[in-house]
Every structure is written in structure tokens, then in C-alpha cells.
Design a protein around this ligand. Sequence first.
Ligand SMILES: Nc1ncnc2c1ncn2[C@@H]1O[C@H](COP(=O)(O)OP(=O)(O)OP(=O)(O)O)[C@@H](O)[C@H]1O
Ligand SMILES: [Mg+2]
Length: 311
Amino acid sequence: MIRTRALRKTFRTRDKGLFGPRTVKTAVDGLDLEIPPGRVTGLLGLNGAGKTSTIKILATLLRPTSGTVTLDGLDVVGYAREARRRINLIAGGERMVYAKLTGAENLRYFGHLYDVPNPVLRPRIGELLELVGLTGAADTPVERYSRGMTQRLSIARDLRRMVAALAAEGRGVLLTSHYLTEVEELCEHVYVISGGRHLAAGSPAELKAATGSHRSVRVTVTNPSPALESAVAGFTAGLGVRAQLETTGEGALLVTVRHPEDVAGPLAGAIVAAGGAIGGLEVTEASLEDAVLALTGAAPAPAHPRSAVAA
Ligand SMILES: Nc1ncnc2c1ncn2[C@@H]1O[C@H](COP(=O)(O)OP(=O)(O)OP(=O)(O)O)[C@@H](O)[C@H]1O
Ligand SMILES: [Mg+2]
């Protein structure tokens, strides 16, 4: 179990050029996180929320200004060398690959960086290359790889599978990613932070429920009438929700209902029973993105690198 208590990181910066006044920027502001073994925990927030700073501290690449990080009781900050043998940082993005080195050399380099002992490292390099289908290209410099091969070597490409496999092995994983469908698929528990501070935590389903991010159903009715509209209103009032009605350019009626349960069938039934002809029906699942958006007031930037620490 990795645990942080009152974790804080401040940076001294000069906002107004080299000779400007020094200002203190707080990147991580009192975070209490728990990353239990055997599951994937998510860390979400907008750009600048403090995700990378937090992950770097857990991976011993950055010293916290104050607060503690422990791994099964071991002080990760004070015993960084020891902790590094048990904590790995997996970072996304192609910068993680060196062109002049071969595929195997790249993996050896990163293994040594994290003090993975040679007897462990040697077989692991083989397994990883096999996992990404690059066994035959192990001794080819990466600059001669195709784009696709480079992507496969860059562990980012296989992060999803790897993260799931690591958790299944009983390791604790903290995942930060801007690909929220990936987070939703992998994480049982998610922390949402902003300005380095805790905003919310829970399972993706709990976060969606807490922010009222529900699935929605949209039905197109091709023969609208006032009677039909009042039938829809009666049905949705019975559910305790409000239907949003719009008329399309073609004169069809669009009925949208946001509701946590599956109401598509009953709503379509009510419309047909009232004499409505259905031209289309669309169900949109609530996304974790909706929930994060509601919590932070903005959408996370797309296509950003992701990273994870595993212990
Ligand atoms: N070395 C540094 N010097 C000064 N400020 C920094 C430094 N590193 C990070 N910061 C600031 O700390 C805050 C948190 O940055 P961090 O990179 O941890 O956020 P993030 O959540 O990873 O953002 P992103 O989603 O853009 O990757 C930001 O305001 C950033 O500008
Ligand atoms: Mg970041």
C-alpha cells in the first residue's frame, strides 16, 4: 500500500523573466492518497492540477516540500533507493525511446535506471519485447524501426494491458491519463484534484452519480402532435425527470431524457402507445469525462501523455 499524507510540493518561479520577483507556485497542496495493492487507482485533473508532480514524487523523481509518502510503511522519501526497487514509473509518450539504442538496449537502460537487478531484468526484457511483438527486432536500433514498431516499443502503447496485468499480479497502480475511457475501464477508485488539492474521490460510477452525470436517451418522433407531447410529459413526470423537447429542421420531435436507469424501452413504449412513430433512438452512456467536467468546471485536454506508478 502506498500512502501519502499531507503531501505538498511548491516551486519557486520567476513569472516576469529572469530578474522578476520570485513567486511560489503550489503544485501539490495537502494530498492524502491511498494506492492499495491489486487494483488500479486513478488520479485525474485538468492541466496543471498537479498530477505529474504527484506521480514524480511517488516515483522518487521529485522531493516533496512536506508531507510523507510510505510504501508498506517504508518512508519513500528518506529511503528513495530502496523504494525505487519496488516502485516503477511508466510514462507515456515517444520521448521514452532512444533512437540510437536497440529495442533491448532501451529496455535495459530504463531497467538500470530503476535499479532492477540483472537476473530479473534479463528475462523481463525478453518478456516485454515478446508482449509487444518485437522479439525479432530486439537488436535493431530504434531509428530503423517503423513508426508502428516505435509506438509498440514505447510502453505507452501497451500501458492499458500492462496496467491491468500489474494490478492482477497484486501490485498497486496509480494511473493518470487524459484518456478517460481508459481510466474508467481500469480504475476502481479515482481521485480528482484541482490546484493540487483534493476535489472528489470514488469509483467512476460514484463520481458520475454524485455529479448527476446520467445516461441520456434521445428519441426522434416523426409525427409529433400536442397530444404526444403531453403523453411524453406525463411519462417523464412519473419518473421524476424532465424531458427536453426540440423540433428538428424536418419537423420531427426530439425527446431527450437524462436518467440513470435504462428508460429507452419504456419511453419508446409510451410514445408508441400515444400514437407516435419512432424514427430513431439513441442512448448515450454517462461518461467519466462528464463527471470530471462537472467537478472541475472544464474539460480535460485531450491527447496528453499518461503515466502510471506501480508498486
Ligand atoms: N519545475 C516546475 N517549476 C515551476 N512550476 C512547476 C514545475 N513543475 C510543475 N509546475 C507547476 O505546478 C503545477 C502542477 O503541474 P503538474 O505538471 O504537476 O500538473 P499536471 O496535472 O500534470 O498537468 P498536465 O495535465 O498539464 O500534465 C502547474 O501549475 C505547473 O505549472
Ligand atoms: Mg502532467
